[in-house]
Design a protein around this ligand. Sequence first.
Ligand SMILES: Cc1cc2nc3c(=O)[nH]c(=O)nc-3n(C[C@H](O)[C@H](O)[C@H](O)COP(=O)(O)O)c2cc1C
Length: 272
Amino acid sequence: MSKHKKKSCAKDAKHKDSEQESKKHESKQRERARALFLNGETGPWAKKLAEAHDEAVQNQDAQAAPTNCAPTNCGPDYSAPTSIDLVADPVLHAISTRRSISKVGPETPNDSDLREIIRAISSVADHKGLCPWRFLIIRGDDRLRLGAALDEAAGEHRKPGQVNEKPLRAELLLALVSSPQPNPKVPDWEQHATAAGAGHLLELALWQAGWGVMWRSGTLANAPAVRRLHRLSENELLMGWFYIGSVPEAYRARLARSTRPLPDPEQFLDTL
Ligand SMILES: Cc1cc2nc3c(=O)[nH]c(=O)nc-3n(C[C@H](O)[C@H](O)[C@H](O)COP(=O)(O)O)c2cc1C
């Protein structure tokens, strides 16, 4: 064999080896993630979720063929096995383990981070692409302005030097505005649904990016003084504020001990 051929054979073999190595590494990583999850290191509730998932898959395998029943009010048919894996799929994992963080730490995503998060969640389902939502960034002293507007709405008069501390529970708040656009085919309620969807996607995206968030509203969110501060037009709705910050270590530890199970999914599913 020529020197050149020998060299290229060795190169091919090396390439194959490294491909196999990376496949092995990938599958090991997947296994490790799954083991971590099953060990409950992401929280006992997550372990329960994984166990419930395995049990559901086993049950499906053991279940008899679908029964013959009339197509009305029969209930869902769970006899076919699922190919959905809440444990292995990182997106479903993030969705199913998401939690609100009521007391966030002082670090926050910067505005460039926020722009990327918004870029990601702008895939929200949106009839006719009307983009009927926006977020307002509230940091620093703007939180005091929000506190003052909430006080005005509540008819609260404080002593000099005292402030409404509610908006100070996080360094960063995002106000969500639902902004329906005039359209003969898309009623306002559909557009509010899109805005709410953007809110839920925001929570998920922040969770996945490692930030803590809690969605808060309250009965005064659409009081005139509060609407004025957010410069809302008549048909717009304030959907509340997202309190955003870091996840404190103490909370991470508490999360690891949490036993909160997910609700029974069957209560959310029925047939006509
Ligand atoms: C539109 C909306 C408004 C909310 N407003 C408040 C609120 O004002 N105060 C509050 O304690 N929780 C509020 N929540 C609930 C919390 O955001 C959170 O979902 C709840 O505490 C349950 O925690 P979890 O998200 O970890 O399941 C609101 C949720 C939504 C979707």
